[in-house]
Ligand binder design. Structure first.
Ligand code: ATP
Length: 370
């Protein structure tokens, strides 16, 4: 059991009904969230949804207007930032330009008034950990962006916080370095056994690094779970669309048989779509959500009764490993399809304007009611 999957485990940090208002803007609204020891937790959401504010309250730079933040069950409201076992690494890194790499890393340790020899040993250890050996005398302006990022990381973890808060830590890096650094962060977190909480608005990044993630909207948490859980079973249309691409087909709930099996159905050109859904009254609005990679693309019509639809190829995007297609139905509705090129699902090459069929297995659709 990982602590976050153990129902008996006590959270390391617990936000309980936390609210924060700036003037007449409610940045965080009665938010509750638990984060566990050794967890890599990602806060995901669009710009302005309150991610940074939540972190700043945990770090002690802002005070909640309502609610409590508990650390191992203890309210930390009265603890000033430096007395909290929490460190925050800022997006801008905020390195001291006049200090060397080693002095930057030693900064928090000096504040903790550790003995000189211990500081020197810890700095050595950190330099090795983030692979910056030999660069200790350089100044920040003599480093690459990736190296600066690692100095900031070393400085943040040197005082051995219980929780490291990372606000968009990789935003300044180019794509390649960013992907590399994601894996480095995960390794580092694993080695240190420290809880990491990362803020990002990049859904792929959150899914790669996080043990669990929270999707936020307008100051509230909409859903929390493992990346695959949230991706496969989104709570609503907002989450489904925020975490990857999704096709939503609007329909309604239906009932069948004496036991009242509930399913959702939606009419589309060429067929009728159906998938099993929750126990809701027949007639209620429902959406069938189908990920592009769960959508089959055919040149011959699938059997009637399958979840099928007819359309015309509107766009093709070749990505090497994947090809994406946009298929337009006769209603004008566009459907996204993604095929792994290794799967060779399509018999003949498909081109723009081709008449094609789409289908999906009933258990590939998630029925959403919000
Ligand atoms: P981003 O991804 O852009 O960093 P975010 O989700 O981290 O966004 P926050 O920085 O938490 O969002 O801000 C939430 C809301 O609160 C925003 O509308 C922001 O303008 C507002 N806000 C944040 N800090 C302050 C402040 N000190 N004074 C006034 N408004 C603020």
């Amino acid at each position: 059991f990982a602590p976050w999957e153990d129902p008996a485990a006590r959270p390391l940090v617990s936000f309980q009904g936390v609210s924060k208002r700036f003037g007449d803007h409610q940045a965080v609204r009665g938010l509750s969230l638990d984060i566990y020891e050794r967890e890599f937790f990602a806060l995901l959401g669009p710009s302005g949804c309150g991610k940074t504010t939540l972190m700043r309250m945990l770090a002690g730079f802002e005070a909640p207007d309502e609610g409590q933040i508990l650390l191992e069950g203890r309210d930390i409201a009265r603890l000033p930032p430096h007395a909290r076992p929490v460190h925050m690494m800022f997006q801008s890194y905020a390195l001291f330009p006049h200090l060397s790499v080693a002095q930057n890393i030693a900064f928090g340790l000096k504040q903790q008034r550790l003995p000189k020899a211990e500081i020197a040993a810890r700095v050595e250890e950190m330099l090795a950990l983030v692979r910056l050996e030999g660069l200790q005398r350089r100044k920040p302006h003599e480093l690459s962006g990736g190296q600066r990022q690692r100095v900031a990381l070393a400085r943040a973890i040197a005082p051995r916080p219980r929780i490291l808060l990372l606000d968009e830590p990789l935003a300044a890096l180019d794509r390649r370095l960013r992907e590399e650094t994601q894996f480095e962060l995960m390794n580092l977190q694993h080695e240190l056994g420290v809880t990491f909480m990362i803020v990002t608005h990049d859904q792929e990044e959150a899914m790669v690094v996080a043990d669990r993630l929270a999707v936020m909207r307008e100051g509230e948490v909409v859903q929390v779970g493992r990346p695959a859980q949230v991706y496969e079973a989104p709570a609503d249309r907002y989450v489904a669309g925020f975490l990857g691409d999704v096709n939503l087909f609007e329909g309604r709930m239906e009932a069948q048989g004496a036991e009242g099996l509930r399913f959702a159905s939606a009419e589309v050109p060429g067929g009728l779509l159906a998938a099993e859904g929750p126990q809701l009254a027949p007639g209620a609005s429902a959406w069938l959500a189908v990920r592009p990679e769960k959508m089959g693309l055919h040149q011959e019509p699938p059997p009637e009764g399958a979840n099928r639809m007819a359309g015309e190829v509107h766009d093709i995007g070749y990505l090497g490993d994947w090809t994406t297609y946009v298929v337009e139905l006769s209603s004008g509705r566009r459907v996204k399809v993604a095929r792994a090129n290794a799967s060779r699902q399509v018999e003949r090459p498909v081109s723009w304007g081709d008449k094609v069929w789409l289908s999906f297995a009933p258990d590939s659709a998630v029925v959403l009611v919000r």
